[in-house]
Every structure is written in C-alpha cells, then in structure tokens.
Design a protein around this ligand. Structure first.
Ligand SMILES: [Zn+2]
Ligand SMILES: [Zn+2]
Length: 168
C-alpha cells in the first residue's frame, strides 16, 4: 500500500498489500495523539522507512520500559508510523494509507468512544482480545508495541537496527 503525509513530502510503500490487522482505538491517549476522535493503527511487518530528510522522529520512554519511536513529516506534522526496537511489526497510522478496508477494523476501548461504533464491527470495551499474532494490550502505547509476530521468520537480533534509523 502507498502511504503519504498530508503535504506529500513523505511517501512510502508498505511491505505487504494489506495490514496484518487494523485497529481503531477510542482511548484518551489516541485521541490526544491524533488530535481527533480516535487513533488508528495498521499493523505491518517491520520495514525501513525511506531515507527522507523530511521524516523526523519523536521518541519517548514507555511504561513497559521500551522506547517508542513516533515518525512524522516535519513539514506538515502528519504522524506516519510508530515502532519499537526489537519488535518485528510496526504500526502505520491508518489515515496515511490509501485503500484500507475500514469495515474490517477492530474497535478497542469503545467504552470511551466519542463516536458511534459501526454495527457489526468487532469491538472490545477495553483492550483487544489476543489473536494468533498479537499481544496487544490495553492502550495505544501497547498497541504500538505489539509482541513479536509468531511465525514471521523475523530475526529480532539482526532486524532491530533496521527500523530505528532516524533519517533527520
Ligand atoms: Zn508532509
Ligand atoms: Zn488508544
């Protein structure tokens, strides 16, 4: 899939044509992060962002003791991707992607939702239920740091350096 920021300074391709999972999170953190009613996370196998001087990164320690890297376009400010070293999946912010099937999105933290949840959607009052490949937790922070993808063949040790090169 093609991802693009609002101003078009940053464009990149996802490594596979569909996300492994798509989440809409209605928690307070996601509302704040997105400056909107909810946050979106399209989960993909880890890949390296292009070397683009317009990509910047905000990093912060997380409660679980990791560092979350939040990549954004420094021209227009669009949040693009969240990644954590050592994880073999990343969270692309859904609004950047063309062609996502939003009907398949899983709604989480619906108990704090500001908007109606579409009928027939998979939804969870708090955190997402575990699936085959996630250890998704109860917050955006954990959602952005999913556990290792089972059976992906990813090599944590050798892949760890790839995503966190910050092209500034
Ligand atoms: Zn931009
Ligand atoms: Zn959230």
């Amino acid at each position: 899939m093609e991802a693009r920021c609002q101003c078009g300074s940053v464009v990149f391709e996802t490594p596979i044509p569909r996300p492994l999972a798509l989440y809409i999170c209605h928690c307070h953190d996601c509302r704040r992060q997105s400056s909107s009613a909810f946050g979106t996370s399209a989960i993909f196998p880890r890949f390296a962002l292009p070397d683009n001087k317009n990509i910047s990164c905000y990093s912060r320690p997380t409660s679980s003791g990791h560092v979350l890297y939040c990549y954004f376009c420094k021209v227009c400010g669009t949040r693009l991707l969240h990644a954590t070293p050592g994880k073999n999946v990343v969270s692309v912010k859904g609004g950047c992607l063309d062609g996502l099937d939003w009907k398949k999105a899983i709604h989480i933290w619906t108990k704090s939702a500001m908007v109606p949840i579409p009928e027939g959607s998979e939804c969870h009052s708090e955190e997402a239920a575990n699936t085959d490949y996630t250890g998704y937790g109860s917050s955006q922070e954990e959602l952005d740091q999913p556990d290792l993808l089972r059976g992906s063949g990813g090599d944590e040790a050798t892949d760890a350096a790839n995503i966190c090169k910050i092209p500034i």
